[in-house]
Design a protein around this ligand. Structure first.
Ligand SMILES: C[S@@+](CC[C@H](N)C(=O)[O-])C[C@H]1O[C@@H](n2cnc3c(N)ncnc32)[C@H](O)[C@@H]1O
Length: 258
């Protein structure tokens, strides 16, 4: 795995940083929201599934393992692709999970190619309308499009909003649940349903639930082993803490009309 210099660690966005320290679940609702997503996805062993913005391929591998489906996992970031490929190889899942580069705003697939299309915490980093349209385009008629997004559960004070969107995740944008429903409906998707919950990814309880005690300890050990990681955590955690009480996830489940 490519080892980053200290200055590169400092410049990482929070999600790539999480990947470098070995975190496997890197989206706001954690495994709870992934379970909610999978419960609505109607995946079978015959399904062709696309996971866009796959991160380190945790959900992609879970789908292949649990349902026996064929999964294509795409991400725009070389750092994520490197880790996703290594994880798939280590799990001997090459062939069942195919990892390749791809931009959610211009997916490298023909229209109507996949039975189920998922994107966990990805559209917010791009042009959200274009991203939703692309997810819809590559989904087969009658197929499912499911996305996990951030939302504000209660309106945050201006300072918390500024710290989160201006410093922690610059360039990211999201707002209310209604906003998401409108975006996915405008992409031509129907039966748009939502499910929400709190942002637990970085709370002690959520972290432990997502990664398990042994892996959580391994992550903390990896952080402690490098001053650059400690500095990054020390910068990140107090800023995240300002926004966490107001943040949540929304799962948007929808269908492409037949
Ligand atoms: C919050 S992480 C989520 C990772 C993964 N889905 C998960 O839940 O663990 C966001 C991911 O989206 C990827 N990403 C950001 N912009 C993208 C784009 N335009 N196209 C594809 N992937 C993108 C990032 O590289 C990152 O892996």
């Amino acid at each position: 795995m490519t080892k980053l210099a200290a200055a590169e660690v400092a410049a990482l966005d929070p999600y790539k940083f999480m990947a470098t320290i070995g975190k496997r679940v890197i989206h706001p609702g954690g495994r709870v929201s992934t379970e909610a997503l999978l419960a609505r996805a109607h995946i079978t062993a015959a399904s062709q599934v696309l996971d866009v913005g796959c991160g380190v391929a945790t959900t992609a591998m879970e789908i292949a393992r649990r349902f026996g489906a064929q999964v294509t996992a795409v991400d725009i970031a070389p750092l994520m692709l490197e880790r996703a490929e290594a994880n798939v190889r280590a799990a001997s899942m090459t062939g069942r999970v195919t990892v390749q580069p791809g931009d959610i705003c211009a997916l490298p697939f023909e229209g109507d190619s996949f039975d189920v299309v998922i994107a966990e915490a990805v559209t917010m980093f791009a042009d959200r309308r274009r991203a939703a349209s692309e997810l819809a385009r590559v989904c087969a008629p009658g197929g499912q499009v499911l996305a996990t997004e951030f939302c504000w559960r209660t309106q945050p004070p201006a300072q918390a909003r500024q710290v989160f969107l201006g410093q922690v995740c610059p360039g990211m944008f999201f707002d209310t649940i209604d906003d998401w429903v409108e975006i996915y409906s405008s992409a031509g998707l129907t039966n748009v349903a939502t499910q929400t919950g709190p942002f637990e990814m970085m709370t002690r309880r959520g972290f432990l639930a997502d990664e398990g005690p042994a892996h959580s300890l391994a992550i903390m050990t990896r952080v402690a082993a490098r001053p650059a990681n400690i500095r990054k955590m020390a910068w990140l955690m107090p800023r995240m803490a300002k926004a966490v009480p107001y943040l949540g996830y929304v799962l948007v489940a929808s269908q492409k009309p037949r």
